[in-house]
Design a protein around this ligand. Structure first.
Ligand code: ZN
Length: 266
């Protein structure tokens, strides 16, 4: 590539990066307002998430594990629906999302939310950790905020840049490279950890979401302390994607105090 052509491509890439910067969520008490570079479309990410989610749900159904514990399913759905109802306060367009909440009966101590609002809570995390409603709201709120902030899409976009696998021209269309990056990014929060920055955002905005939905914000530091206490011999799966430490707990404690000093005004 000639120097001139290279300069043109670089300028296009810079312009694209600027125009691709967006704010996924609006203003928040928690102060999560970082601008994000999005080079992959949300439609692409959501379509891939829908496909993966449908496969997981189908398998659970075949195994008789899908929403088979009626009481627990009703409980989790009641809590999640309160969070879903409050979510447009942080991101107005999510009221049009096709949210789904399912409980899989499995001794897995985990929960996640795929792009576009596809939630799974495993029975193991609720039962083994004897979670209260407020603690379930903290976990589900945290996972929902990875989706509201579109962290998977952002991660796929960052990889587009760092791996340089597509040309500027390809970014305007669909490329197989983006599809494979998108599929990798969908594993974030499910089997792969998000970045520390994404985790902090999901912690803070998730706690605000739980508070806006009427749950007790003090449940967050207690919950992650409970998780840490379990991390010795048989650590919960969720800790492999959500490493917990004293700093995280102190951060949540401080935010819980800030939220409780605010008047809720949706
Ligand atoms: Zn997380």
């Amino acid at each position: 590539m000639s120097y001139r052509k290279l300069c043109t491509v670089m300028l296009c890439a810079a312009a694209l990066a600027v125009t691709a910067c967006t704010h996924t969520t609006g203003s928040s008490i928690a102060g999560v307002n970082r601008s994000q570079m999005m080079l992959v479309s949300s439609n692409q990410m959501n379509a891939m998430a829908d496909e993966q989610y449908a496969a997981i749900i189908k398998k659970a159904k075949q195994q008789g594990k899908l929403n088979s514990d009626t009481a627990l399913t009703q409980r989790v759905k009641r809590i999640a629906n309160k969070l879903i109802a409050a979510a447009p306060q942080l991101r107005p367009d999510c009221k049009n999302w096709d949210w789904e909440v399912n409980v899989i009966t499995e001794d897995t101590l985990n929960a996640w939310c795929m792009p576009g609002g596809k939630i799974v809570v495993y029975s193991g995390i609720v039962k083994q950790l004897k979670l209260t409603d407020d603690e379930i709201a903290v976990i589900v709120g945290h996972e929902m905020c990875h989706a509201l902030r579109e962290h998977s899409r952002e991660q796929a976009s960052q990889q587009v840049v760092t791996q340089g696998i597509v040309t500027v021209a390809q970014l305007f269309g669909v490329s197989s490279g983006i599809t494979s990056l998108g599929k990798q990014a969908l594993q974030l929060g499910v089997t792969l950890p998000f970045s520390r920055e994404h985790e902090t955002e999901a912690d803070e905005l998730g706690l605000e979401l739980a508070w806006r939905a009427g749950f007790d914000p003090d449940a967050a530091p207690k919950l992650w302390q409970k998780m840490m206490d379990q991390s010795g011999s048989n650590p919960p799966e969720i800790l492999s994607t959500h490493p917990s430490d004293e700093r995280r707990i102190a951060n949540l404690q401080a935010l819980a105090m800030t939220l409780k000093s605010q008047k809720l005004n949706p």
